[in-house]
Design a protein around this ligand. Structure first.
Ligand code: CA
Length: 299
């Protein structure tokens, strides 16, 4: 197994939301507070970016062309070449909340949730909501009183959805109905001991790979037993999310945070002095497991 920083210091602030686009063979990710979306091509090594203004929290390709992104309290469509941004939905107006992680289920329905303000001494609790968006039902809310809406994943049989509310240090499982997008029967699948569960992905054996913020690691869990199966140490403490990519979906890409603007007091150069690879995107090869293609937005 090899862990390498393939996009060294790719993010100036919080690198997040890695998504492997199999059609173009590129890795998409965001730099939340810098307000940039990135598109990195591993064959050329070129990391393109579009500056949108932060916070920008996720990027997912749309089947109709372009990308769906989360920016502050809005879900928008981005045309990469013209950099034209169209707002599709805005939520929770009049609050200081913002969207966070976002991902599509296998039906191409976008799931994304909100969170309150990060304060120096903690979080505004239970201010967020988990939503879904599709072309038929539009925007729907599913769970309220979420503190930091984060990682999502769906089991291979498409009957279970997993969801992370980070400060609670748990990963929830729900019964999931693919046709309607309804979720029910909320229960705790996993308790995370080291760090805070942040973004996650799932492999073809239905095991979860969870980036643990503050712990510098990605952990493979069995959601049936809640057991930790494997720990991958990443040379950046604030690991934020992960996805499988590459031609065979057997490379694990991991994003990390450099300067966490809302609460960080150190400057970027002070952070990098302590942790030279902070903000990098890492690739883990030789794991012996595979993921599958992430879904595009079909709405
Ligand atoms: Ca996250």
């Amino acid at each position: 197994m090899l862990v390498e920083a393939v996009i060294k210091n790719g993010a100036q602030t919080t690198g997040e939301g890695p998504h492997w686009d199999e059609e173009t063979g590129t890795l998409l990710y965001v730099d939340i507070w810098e307000g940039d979306v990135h598109r990195w091509n591993p064959s050329t090594g070129v990391d393109q970016k579009v500056h949108l203004g932060g916070p920008v929290t996720f990027i997912v390709p749309s089947k109709k062309g372009g990308y769906i992104i989360g920016q502050n309290r809005s879900i928008c469509h981005l045309d990469w070449d013209s950099e034209k941004l169209d707002t599709l939905h805005t939520v929770e107006e009049g609050t200081a909340n913002r969207f966070n992680d976002g991902k599509c289920d296998r039906n191409g329905r976008l799931w994304t949730g909100t969170m309150g303000v990060e304060l120096k001494d903690g979080m505004e609790e239970e201010r967020g909501t988990l939503y879904s968006v599709d072309g038929i039902s539009g925007l729907r809310s599913h769970i309220d009183k979420v503190t930091i809406s984060n990682g999502m994943a769906w089991s291979a049989d498409n009957k279970t959805m997993y969801f992370i509310d980070s400060p609670l240090k748990v990963i929830y499982a729900f019964d999931y109905k693919a046709e309607t997008g309804n979720i029910s029967n909320k229960r705790v699948a996993i308790h995370v001991v080291n760090g805070f569960p942040d973004g996650m992905t799932i492999d073809t054996e239905d095991k979860l790979w969870v980036a643990c913020f503050s712990a510098g690691r990605v952990v493979r869990y069995d959601p049936e037993t809640g057991n930790e199966l494997r720990v991958i140490e990443i040379p950046s403490k604030r690991t934020t999310s992960c996805c499988f990519g590459g031609d065979n979906f057997d490379d694990l890409y991991v994003t990390s945070c450099a300067k966490h603007v809302s609460v960080e007091e150190l400057t970027l150069s002070e952070v990098l002095k302590e942790e030279p690879l902070a903000g990098s995107v890492f690739r883990v090869t030789g794991l012996g497991v595979r993921g599958q293609a992430a879904s595009k937005y079909t709405g």
